[in-house]
Design a protein around this ligand. Structure first.
Ligand code: SAM
Length: 212
């Protein structure tokens, strides 16, 4: 989105609680890629409309989005996965400061390795994919069997800072990543079991509705 419009929309967003503001600052200082403000506001609004009882999040980081979802949906349970030890510990510390301890379960491990553990917590009405961008298709294929009828998959970063429309990208690693995201987007948009739309908000949010 154009910078001025983006700043304008962000300026209208209500102030978060002191703990969320502290986490946003921590994320900025320590380079933790938590969801962008406008993006998470849209995700939360969609979730309020959907009212999922159980949400699976792949990519906890420091617990910011899990806690924001818990606050927005007080009747929901959130299971979230993080593979990085330090971020996992920080998420546990942050969640312990709140009343969300009974609402959020943080699982430590690589989402691609701990399916059996996650399955015990399912099924899920919504899955939020916000982890290693190069693995999105694998996360989707592995975890959507745990999605309830007419459930939703939300995928963040599908426009990857606008790089999906860049013609030339010098950095080989980034070029490969962009190529994987573009493949994922095309595959997702054409998936016969899901109806998907992409919103150019935040870093790009894909919303996929399971058709049965
Ligand atoms: N959802 C978080 C938020 O908005 O507050 C941000 C998550 S951040 C973009 C992505 C996180 O996913 C990182 O902390 C990273 O360590 C974790 N991650 C990446 N690949 C993963 C995997 N395969 N399994 C579990 N966690 C993973």
């Amino acid at each position: 989105m154009k910078d001025a419009i983006h700043s304008y929309v962000e300026s209208l967003i209500k102030k978060r609680s002191p703990l969320f503001i502290e986490m946003e600052k921590y994320a900025a200082v320590h380079n933790v890629p938590i969801m962008e403000l406008a993006g998470i506001e849209v995700l939360l609004q969609l979730l309020r409309m959907q009212q999922p009882k159980k949400i699976l999040e792949i990519g906890t980081a420091i617990g910011y989005s899990a806690m924001r979802m818990a606050e927005a949906l007080p009747d929901s349970q959130i299971v979230t996965i993080e593979r990085d030890d330090e971020r996992y510990d920080q998420a546990i510390i942050n969640i312990a400061k709140t009343d969300f301890t009974n609402q959020i379960t943080v699982l430590k491990g690589d989402a691609l390795d701990i399916f059996k553990v996650v399955k015990e917590q399912g099924p899920f009405d919504a899955i939020f994919i916000d982890a290693a961008k190069g693995q999105y298709m694998r996360f989707f294929e592995l975890y959507t069997p745990l999605l309830t009828k007419n459930g939703y998959v939300y995928t963040d970063n599908v426009l990857f800072k606008g790089l999906v429309v860049e013609e030339t990208i010098d950095n080989k690693r980034i070029r490969n990543l962009v190529s994987k995201i573009k493949k994922y987007n095309e595959w997702l948009m054409n998936h016969e079991d899901y109806l998907t739309t992409i919103i150019p908000v935040g870093d790009g949010l894909a919303i996929s509705r399971k058709l049965s």
